[in-house]
Design a binder for this molecule. Sequence first.
Ligand code: DX5
Ligand code: ZN
Length: 221
Amino acid sequence: MKPARIAPSLLAADFARLGEDVQRIEPDVDMLHLDVMDGHFVPNISFGMPVIASLRAATTVYFDCHLMTTNPDVYLEDLKEAGADLVTVHIEVVPNPTNIARRAREIGLDFGLVISPSTPFAGVEPFVELTDLLLVMSVHPGFGGQSFMPEVLPRIEAARNYIDSHALSVDIEVDGGITAQTAPLARQAGAEVFVAGTAIFRDPDPRAAVRRLRDAIEAVE
Ligand code: DX5
Ligand code: ZN
């Protein structure tokens, strides 16, 4: 397994001062997780390209863009233009992601697939080799602040086994309800990239919260 990486989700940050919130934690994090929601695939609306482009001017950190939209293919160029580094799309809206994976790479984006808690690992397994990253949701997508669903741990293990047994270098990311208590469980199951919104940005000291999260994960090793 690769070293653990921390990807704070801006969904829990203060939207009136996103640039400052990012710059405060930037030295301690590995990437930023940007949740783009369309109010259609999920019952919530977050932010889109203009916000990502403004943030791009404020930081050089790697942008992991989690697209929760019904037509992800429509947004790839705009996302790249705004400054995204990686795009992840839900297998539930792109049952055969072969073309979108190719297209993302053509325009210079890293590519990942996401499975919601309602989707078994088998639903994404045939396409794992197309990806740089597999995101296993540990809450139902749409909102921050939900509780981690321990029932997704076996599918992180299934992903870990598949990736290792096929000698792939696909990263496993986990997203939803990640705290210093739940992240070690996901690490034990095989996760490498840890998304956390509430646990970081709702903490009075977000930098310390990142460090506590990393320490808790590294204590597993
Ligand atoms: C939920 C988003 C998550 C969310 C995580 O749909 O994909 O990235 O921001 O928030 P917390 O860490 O609060 O569960
Ligand atoms: Zn997310």
